[in-house]
Design a protein around this ligand. Structure first.
Ligand code: BGC
Length: 743
């Protein structure tokens, strides 16, 4: 029976692979046949991507002529920033007038939702819920594909350890292990059952590579790091996304150790297309080919095009360096035609895989577009993703959840009635206020009997506290106060790095004035990055970090405030006490003089004016219930390199309401060369427990979890002692065990 089953599985696998191979083979043959008909100019046209008729997402560098004419002449292979079937149809019709009728690929930054806006990616990462993030990407893809879009420039998988960097909002935070799993989930979500399915969009993994490590957190800045750190910390999420089948990659604006990523053969040819065997195509970032000139890497666009194609950049986004120079470079003998052919083949292959040669209007159907947007089940998914992304930072005397029968609530702060900002940067929804539930509306709906006293208090950017009188009066009249403060939508995202990441303006003074009333105060903090709010952390009784949660934000927040949902989010990034601590991340090395506590400063690696510890650590987050960790055991105290062991423990809900805990496994390699971090996340489980319930949880430890890169960039393990730590946060380890890795 068993044998038969194995055989039948093999049979099924074989026969489902055969059509796939056959399809690939026919696509390859079709690509070759088409290539043979193309002139050099038409080939270069396929490698040229131009901005469409939606908002430009970068500086327009050239005074361009008539784009539709250029498309008709076969000079454009792809258009970005174009949305909606009426727009895509007009452009595709132009492509159908070109000599070879090669369809255009339409790309768009569908980063966290299309018509329905989901939480910003950093917020979603706080859910540690891979299935939910996959679903979020799935909904985004379904809506985008129905709007005629073939390709999203997502996921951004850049590891980010610097909250000053505005684009920290767009990724999964600071951790490589968590970030790699999220990268995979998002690719799977976007690409669904595979390219060519009517509801799938091509993923574009970005920004290759190390963009998140820009010096000083300043966008587009240089990156200087060892190759070992690159391989160890920054590349794994890219590899995970590739393994999940990502169709395309985008390179990045930064230089890495003196070479702009767009011109880096090491990144694109040696690693991505070489060692990793990537079969899709690489698109540049916006004008990043041309920007090799101000970098000082090339002298003009002619040289920029030469360097970029040789380095493995297949498509040029908006710099027109390829369309203006590549044909000449080939004719001048500077670039081999085989490089052009290789790039064009990669691009055409995806167009065939997407089914665009069978029907260039395949994704352009206004009836389907209308029927697909804003489906109730998808709105519900956005609300669910919203509440899963919320992190409860503080809840003194269990102020939260609020009673649904509460008599009166004061709603105070500049973000209480805000709608547009709740969507966060990189939202594609056209009407800013469309379908957004404000905090005010969300709370009002869930406490219909409560009297609401509202006061704006101040504006986000006010630098002088004019008068908090109205806010204080509102607070005094109410049983409880909910404050909504934070950043505005323009304070995170691309080109929105900040040197000062405190809560902007006088908002923290507003919090002080309201807390001084002695009323129970719940502070909702909204931002696309970790902010600094030390006074609030010390004095506000309850703090909820809500990030930007998208169109359902008001409902999601109210679900948490009134206990319809028990918050379970944990921070995917460290929250510093001061900008002076940045970069600050949990998985650092130990140094020869590690400080043993915040006051251990005598000849120690510490600051004399600041503790080393963050305000809130990676992995931190509270619940309305409590959890106990006990009974740790390991299956073996010593293993050989190719063996594995199991570590298990009991997790109990010791409170009175049901809740989920994200139990985290960290590892430390005690003695190693080169050095290993004090802790590294190597596993986590999100577990739902009824009050009083206990579950037995286990993790498997194997070679993969113990391996690391040495200075020769080989992935190795070293024998010796390893410590296993299980806890509720990176700074809240509850259980420990050690084992030996033997030769
Ligand atoms: C960003 C990319 C984005 C592209 C197209 C660039 O400025 O860095 O992440 O995909 O614009 O909008």
């Amino acid at each position: 029976m068993k044998k038969f089953k194995a055989f039948s599985i093999g049979f099924v696998v074989l026969f489902s692979i055969v059509p796939c191979f056959a399809q690939q083979k026919t696509i390859a043959a079709k690509v070759e046949a088409l290539l043979a008909k193309m002139t050099l100019e038409e080939k270069v046209g396929q490698m040229n991507q131009l901005n469409g008729d939606w908002e430009a997402t970068g500086p327009i560098t050239k005074d361009v002529g008539n784009k539709l004419e250029e498309i008709k002449q076969g000079k454009v292979g792809s258009v970005l920033n174009i949305m909606g079937t009426n727009h895509t149809r007009a452009f595709q019709e132009a492509a159908m007038q070109s000599r070879l009728k090669i369809p255009l690929l339409f790309g768009q930054d569908v980063i966290h939702g299309y018509s329905i806006t989901f939480p910003i990616p950093l917020a979603e990462a706080a859910s540690w819920d891979l299935a939910a993030m996959e679903r979020s990407a799935r909904v985004a893809a379904t809506e985008a594909a129905a709007a005629g879009i073939h390709w999203t420039f997502a996921p951004m998988v850049d590891i980010a350890r610097d909250p000053r960097w505005g684009r920290v909002m767009e990724g999964a935070g600071e951790d490589t292990y968590l970030g790699s799993l999220i990268a995979k989930a998002r690719v799977k979500g976007f690409q669904g059952k595979g390219l060519g399915n009517i509801d799938a969009v091509m993923a574009c993994v970005k920004h290759f590579a190390a963009y998140g490590a820009a010096i000083g957190g300043r966008d587009y800045n240089s990156v200087d790091m060892s190759r070992r750190t690159l391989w160890e910390t920054y590349l794994p999420p890219f590899k995970a996304a590739l393994d999940a089948g990502a169709a395309t990659f985008m390179n990045s604006f930064n230089d890495l150790n003196g070479t702009p990523a767009t011109g880096s053969s090491y990144l694109q040819r040696d690693i991505l297309k070489g060692k990793w065997g990537f079969k899709g195509f690489v698109v540049s970032d916006w004008n990043s080919v041309g920007e090799m000139i101000p970098h000082g890497f090339v002298k003009d666009n002619y040289e920029a095009a030469e360097v970029a194609i040789k380095a493995g950049n297949d498509m040029d986004m908006e710099s027109r360096a390829y369309i203006g120079n590549l044909a000449k470079l080939v004719r001048d003998g500077r670039v081999s035609i085989s490089l052009v052919n290789e790039a064009v083949k990669r691009i055409l292959t995806t167009k065939f895989e997407m089914g665009l040669f069978d029907d260039p209007y395949k994704y352009i159907n206004p009836t389907r577009e209308k029927a697909t947007m804003n489906r109730p089940e998808n709105i519900e998914a956005a609300r669910d993703m919203g509440r899963k992304s919320i992190v409860l930072l503080k809840n003194e005397k269990n102020i939260l959840p609020l009673s649904k029968n509460i008599q009166s609530i004061a709603l105070i702060g500049p973000l209480v009635k805000e709608k547009w900002y709740l969507k966060g940067a990189w939202s594609t929804d056209v009407d800013p206020n469309d379908n957004v539930v404000s905090i005010y509306e969300g709370i009002q709906k869930q406490a219909p009997g409560a009297k609401i006293y509202y006061a704006e208090g101040c504006k986000i950017k006010d630098s002088i506290a004019t008068d908090f009188k109205e806010a204080v009066e509102a607070a005094k009249k109410a049983d409880v106060v909910v404050m909504a403060v934070g950043e505005d939508i323009f304070m995170t995202g691309e080109a929105r790095s900040k040197a000062d990441i405190h809560i902007p303006g006088v908002q923290e003074d507003l919090i002080k004035a309201v807390v001084a009333t002695g009323k129970p105060v719940v502070v909702l903090l909204m931002a696309g990055r970790p902010m600094i709010f030390n006074w609030t952390a010390d004095h506000a009784p309850a703090i909820v970090y809500t990030w930007w949660l998208g169109s359902q934000m008001g409902n999601a927040v109210a679900d948490v405030l009134f206990g319809n949902y028990n918050p379970a989010g944990k921070l995917p990034i460290t929250f510093p006490r001061s900008e002076g601590q940045i970069p600050i991340y949990y998985n650092h090395l130990n140094t020869g003089r590690p400080a043993q506590g915040d006051n251990d400063r005598f000849y120690r690696s510490s600051y004399i004016d600041l503790p080393n510890t963050p305000q809130y650590a990676f992995g931190y987050g509270l619940s309305y219930t409590t959890f106990a960790y006990s009974n740790i055991s390991i299956s073996k105290t010593a293993i050989k390199k190719n063996e594995s062991l199991t570590v298990s423990f009991d997790l109990q809900n010791t409170g009175t309401v049901a809740g989920e805990e994200i139990a985290q496994l960290y590892i430390r390699d005690m003695v190693a060369r080169p050095l290993r971090p004090v802790k590294e996340l190597k596993g986590f489980k999100k577990v739902m427990l009824a009050p009083g319930e206990t579950k037995h949880i286990s993790f498997t430890i194997n070679k993969e979890k113990l391996a690391f890169y040495n200075n020769n960039l080989e992935r190795i393990t070293q024998p010796g002692e390893f410590k296993l730590m299980i806890g509720a946060a990176s700074n809240n380890i509850k259980l420990e065990k050690s084992f030996q890795l033997t030769n």
